[in-house]
Design a protein around this ligand. Structure first.
Ligand code: GUN
Length: 284
């Protein structure tokens, strides 16, 4: 292996330590950041994500309140809960774990979350702010990726950045943030004609698709920065990645591991956003 590992676990621990110290100071002024976490249904991966988020809150001193709702919960019930949380003074962040069950309109739910408590950065207002470079609550995964890249002093301006996957929560905000950092950006999707030729041009390749070993060594330029957001279960129930780590790590200059790459960074930014929200609330 020649690629350097982009160690999200290590960087997120450093960020968490800073947040811990910051919250210690806030608590001296009787401010305790609070995060509401809503999870609907029985999706196993979502349950693990939520457990990790709660654990991270505990580590840094954020009070998290979990609302575990059954699969059969109506859209209206969730909307009513969000309305209540929007007005609660001890809740500074509201997170609705996605995906939601099919009978619930995700956009309707996200739109109702107060833009001032949208610590996931999913609300159209906050996504719009990214578009014009006035970032407040930034989408957690893209911001985590940026911080991981910047932690190695990798220059972004003028680089060819190829993003595979165009979701609202990763691909699209990631593209905007890379544009804000003056990269030349290409976003590929399932209809892209020749994925390999696009990927091979990338100085920075970010993959968020959810398809095992979609990216192989022949698709990667020598020395490229390769970021794997994919974390899925294959048909045998094993955790798998979008990038074939074994072969790509021989070609790439930098690569994220899964687990221990992007995942912990997403959580670190969520904590950062929650503290930011509490501070804004108290005009601290
Ligand atoms: N589902 C997958 N990733 C995320 C995330 O970062 N936040 C939420 N709320 N749901 C997700």
């Amino acid at each position: 292996m020649s690629a350097k590992i982009l160690d999200g676990k290590k960087l997120s621990s450093q960020i968490k330590l800073k947040i811990f110290e910051e919250i210690k100071e806030l608590k001296l002024k009787n401010i305790t950041p609070g995060l509401a976490v809503i999870i609907v249904g029985e999706d196993k991966a979502s349950k693990i994500y939520v457990r990790n988020k709660e654990k991270a809150c505990q580590e840094v001193g954020i009070v998290s309140q979990k609302f575990e709702l059954p699969e059969t919960t109506s859209e209206n019930e969730i909307l009513e809960l969000i309305k209540k949380l929007n007005t609660k003074e001890d809740i500074h962040g509201i997170l609705v774990q996605l995906p939601l069950p099919k009978h619930i309109d995700e956009n309707k739910i996200i739109n109702l979350i107060s833009k001032n408590k949208d610590v996931d950065g999913f609300h159209p207002y906050n996504l719009g702010n990214i578009m014009i470079g006035r970032e407040s609550f930034v989408s957690c995964t893209p911001q985590g990726i940026l911080e991981l890249i910047k932690s190695e002093n990798i220059a972004i301006a003028g680089k060819e950045c190829v993003i595979v996957g165009s979701s609202n929560i990763v691909g699209k905000p990631m593209a905007m943030m890379m544009i804000n950092n003056n990269a030349t950006v290409t976003v590929c999707n399932i209809f892209t004609k020749d994925l390999e030729s696009h990927c091979r041009r990338a100085d920075i390749l970010i993959v968020a698709v959810g398809k095992e070993k979609l990216i192989t060594a022949s698709m990667v330029k020598k020395g490229a920065v390769v970021i794997d957001v994919g974390i899925n279960k294959n048909k045998d129930g094993h955790i798998c990645r979008d990038v074939d780590f074994e072969s790509v790590s021989k070609i790439a200059g930098y690569i994220t591991p899964v687990p221990g790459g992007v995942g912990p960074m997403t959580i670190a930014i969520l904590l950062q956003n929650t503290v930011l929200s509490a501070k804004e609330f108290y005009k601290f």
